[in-house]
Design a protein around this ligand. Structure first.
Ligand SMILES: [Zn+2]
Ligand SMILES: [Zn+2]
Length: 285
């Protein structure tokens, strides 16, 4: 393939089977309008914990069937991939719960949304509203932010080792409620140490990190996941990056990709990866 004989891909998004708005078809059409080479839809995997955002286990079969039909229907316009954002939940085998191997997914992204609190004896979301984050910190981790951050990143490390995902979702999700540095300083030694340990595991497994613009498009943060410092570390360690929108509505497919390309360039990256015709391909910046 010639230099930049490839277009953008977007492999992370959610439709109305989970907490997104819009039919799967509308996401595909949005990607066609934007002249993308590939679109991967990665709705939230069902999980055996109650919440208001993941897909119901009883809907998983129809999701995959519908995706299969759409993939065929649009195959001459765009490469459509059937994906899932697979939750990693410590102590719970989500792959087994959804009978992952029988579903025929083309790919998956893996993400951590839950940490386990020994004190509360249960799993809690780290990206919930500010009040629930505050509750988790105070009651689940005795107000010790270092323990909570450690709980999060050690879960991410286990996820990479056990699930070996090709793309890691929003690696620094733990900062979602830390917009003004309310809870921790991303420059502090303990935080940098957790990030570095995690990136070493990512590197060892050859996974890609996504620059994820989903929290910007939904108004939660002003910056993408991951923070610039983490991108710099990826560059130093030779960890590849891709761009994903984590769109929850069709118009947000490819959200702010041009700006993210500028960000990657500014950080020093000379290439980022987009998926095309069965492979992750380097796109020269
Ligand atoms: Zn996610
Ligand atoms: Zn997502």
């Amino acid at each position: 393939m010639k230099k930049n004989d490839i277009k953008y891909s977007d492999m992370h998004m959610h439709g109305s089977y989970s907490d997104g708005k819009g039919h799967l078809r509308e996401f595909i059409e949005s990607a066609i309008e934007k002249d993308f080479s590939t679109i991967g839809i990665s709705d939230h995997s069902p999980i055996p914990l109650e919440n208001c955002w993941s897909m119901k286990l009883s809907d998983l079969g129809s999701y995959v069937d519908e995706m299969r039909k759409l993939k065929k229907e649009y195959h001459s316009d765009i490469e459509v991939l059937i994906g899932v954002e697979l939750d990693y939940i410590e102590g719970i085998d989500v792959k087994d719960y959804i009978d992952f191997d029988s579903k025929g997914f083309d790919y998956f992204i893996s993400s951590v949304h839950y940490v386990y609190s020994e004190i509360l004896g249960g799993h809690y979301e780290v990206d919930g509203p500010a009040e629930s984050f505050g509750f988790l910190l105070e009651n689940g981790f005795e107000g010790n932010i270092k323990s909570l951050v450690h709980g999060y990143y050690s879960t991410v490390r286990k996820m990479v080792e056990e699930y070996k995902p090709m793309v890691i979702g929003h690696i620094d999700l733990i900062k979602k409620n830390n917009g003004n540095g309310e809870y921790f300083n991303e420059d502090s030694d303990f935080y940098i140490d957790e990030v570095n340990k995690t990136l070493e595991v990512v590197k060892k497994h050859g996974a890609l990190l996504e620059i994820n613009t989903g929290a910007i498009s939904r108004g939660y943060t002003k910056i993408p996941y991951p923070s610039e410092y983490i991108l710099q570390k990826c560059l130093e360690k030779g960890i590849g990056i891709t761009l994903n929108s984590d769109a929850h509505e069709p118009s947000n497919v490819g959200y702010r990709f041009k700006e993210m390309i500028e960000l990657a360039k500014r950080t020093g990256f000379e290439e980022i990866y987009f998926y095309s015709k069965g492979y992750w391909r380097p796109f020269s910046l």
